[in-house]
Ligand binder design. Structure first.
Ligand SMILES: *[C@@H]1O[C@H](CO)[C@@H](O)[C@H](O)[C@H]1NC(C)=O
Ligand SMILES: *[C@@H]1O[C@H](CO)[C@@H](O)[C@H](O)[C@H]1NC(C)=O
Length: 191
């Protein structure tokens, strides 16, 4: 880094970081250019990596989310600042400590919820430089196996019901006969 100094009674130094930045101090933050698919109840890694590879241990790492002011995860001055964290992410998110040295600032998230779907930002800041990347997370849920049951009967007509829960996004339901031909169902309740 270079300093621009004026000598008077005291020495006033003006740091010109943008001009004097050597390339070794700059970095780009790389995320993912395709959405990350997360499954309800499982774990997911939101990728974020410094390029070129350099230690991120002394950097501020802030994972945030659109429309949520408090951080999803905050690491500053080599400390994990968990009390600043948004309630919904406490105890569910972590950086991979041993990977920070490699510039890997990916976020691990467990017990994925439907509400985790959205856009996340990974911001890495050093004293003189910062960069950010956005990552889209799509949440899916695979529901229980469908269960067919006899719902009602009237004379020779019977009504069959089918139950399955835990699907996200909302599933499409198709009834088929023994030959895989589509049947039109009279009523459908999706909650
Ligand atoms: C981080 O900062 C500490 C204390 O200032 C220093 O000893 C260490 O070398 C720095 N690590 C990196 C990777 O820059
Ligand atoms: C960063 O570390 C995580 C956790 O070990 C891993 O899943 C991910 O692939 C790593 N990213 C890169 C770019 O190496």
């Amino acid at each position: 880094m270079e300093f621009f100094c004026l000598t008077w009674n005291h020495i006033i130094c003006i740091i010109l970081p943008l001009i004097s930045l050597s390339s070794s101090e700059k970095f780009t933050v790389l995320g993912s250019n395709h959405p990350i698919i997360a499954v309800v109840g499982e774990e997911v890694v939101l990728p974020c990596q410094l390029s070129p590879r350099m230690s991120a241990k002394n950097n501020t790492i802030r994972w945030g989310r659109d429309q949520i002011n408090s951080p999803v995860y905050l690491y500053e001055n080599t400390l994990h600042i968990t009390d600043a964290q948004d309630q919904a992410y406490r105890g569910r998110t972590a950086l991979f400590e041993e990977k920070l040295e490699l510039g890997n600032v990916s976020l691990g998230m467990k017990n994925v919820r439907v509400s985790d779907e959205g856009i996340y930002g990974c911001l890495v800041e050093s004293l003189i430089w910062y960069d950010e990347t956005k990552i889209k997370v799509i949440v899916t849920g695979t529901g229980s196996d469908p269960l067919i049951y006899l719902d009602d009967y009237e004379g020779k007509r019977i009504r069959l019901g089918c139950k399955s829960s835990g699907w996200y996004p909302k599933p499409e339901v198709t009834w088929t006969d023994g030959k895989s031909q589509k049947l039109t169902s009279v009523s459908e309740t999706i909650e």
